[in-house]
Design a protein around this ligand. Structure first.
Ligand SMILES: [Zn+2]
Ligand SMILES: [Zn+2]
Length: 303
């Protein structure tokens, strides 16, 4: 799975950071999680083609997470996107998009858009991975976190075992694809004779906007990567509570409780600059001793 941060600021953009948007490449899909104002330009700047996106997840209907969708859809019309687009969002977005299209008399779209209303704990199975949306705690506003889990991968091929069993090199590919083979002397070799146990696919969880909450801990248990919002440093915890956000210290605590492998903080208040980022790391590290990063626009991670 490849994750690219396109926007890492909360509420308003800054000279350093765009509004919330994360691009995920998994299996054969290109997913956009949230689409703040300016997202399409961020994509173009980082050489990502908006036409490639085939799924969009909008975690909640606060403007900084989806106002970029209208202009993105207009560009996809102009660029003549052909493949279908699926949009997963809380109830209400579909009507809004139709209304905007009607008022702006936008031209007939050359591709089909399929809308899915997100419901809590709803899971979707796609080819090569699955996605679960779950409710988080954002000052009473309907907001969902996202868990993406790749399908199991076959175990590792053990060339030494294959040598021991006398499997000719030319037949090894079949075993790796899951077929049993018959050797020239009549012996049968099964895939499990030369392959390790199946490996779990990568798990990535995105908290969206939230206070520290049990559902994020539950869904990110043992995850390879937790992307957690850290709108504030802990001296502004009162503000975080009032607005339904988290501090870096709290995000670190969630990561520790969930036992994730890696934590990336994002969604920073516009009051913070790049120079403040070491303080975010320090706070999160007080709670979580694993690997912590602060996201910045265009940062890319392979999980
Ligand atoms: Zn936000
Ligand atoms: Zn929000």
């Amino acid at each position: 799975m490849r994750i690219k941060f396109l926007g890492t600021s909360s509420a308003v953009p800054t000279s350093e950071r765009g509004l919330s948007a994360i691009l995920v490449k998994v299996s054969r899909d290109t997913i956009l999680m949230d689409c703040g104002d300016g997202t399409q330009r961020q994509m173009i700047r980082s050489r990502e083609s908006p036409v490639r996106i085939n799924k969009i997840f909008i975690t909640h209907l606060h403007g900084d997470h989806f106002f970029g969708l209208f202009s993105l859809l207009q560009s996809l019309n102009i660029l003549k996107k052909r493949d279908d687009l699926e949009i997963y969002a809380p109830e209400g977005l579909q009507d809004l998009i139709h209304k905007v299209n009607e008022i702006t008399m936008s031209r007939e779209s050359p591709f089909d858009i399929h809308f899915f209303s997100i419901k809590s704990d709803k899971e979707y199975e796609f080819s090569g991975y699955k996605v679960k949306f779950f409710k988080v705690d954002h000052a009473g506003f309907e907001t969902y976190g996202v868990r993406i889990e790749e399908s199991q991968k076959p175990g590792r091929f053990d060339p030494e075992k294959a040598d021991e069993l006398g499997v000719p090199v030319i037949m090894r590919g079949l075993l790796q694809k899951g077929f049993s083979i018959k050797l020239p002397d009549g012996r049968i070799v099964r895939p499990e004779d030369v392959m390790g146990p199946p490996r779990r696919g990568a798990v990535v969880v995105y908290s969206s906007d939230t206070r520290p909450t049990d559902s994020v801990v539950r869904e990110s248990r043992g995850a390879d990567l937790l992307i957690h919002e850290a709108t504030y440093l802990d001296d502004l915890k009162d503000r975080a509570i009032a607005t339904g956000h988290s501090t870096a210290l709290e995000a670190g605590r969630v990561a520790r409780e969930a036992g994730v492998k890696k934590l990336v903080l994002t969604h920073f208040s516009a009051r913070y600059r790049k120079d403040d980022m070491p303080k975010f790391l320090e706070e999160a590290f007080q709670e979580f001793k694993g690997e912590v990063k602060t996201a910045e626009d265009f940062m890319t991670l392979d999980v």
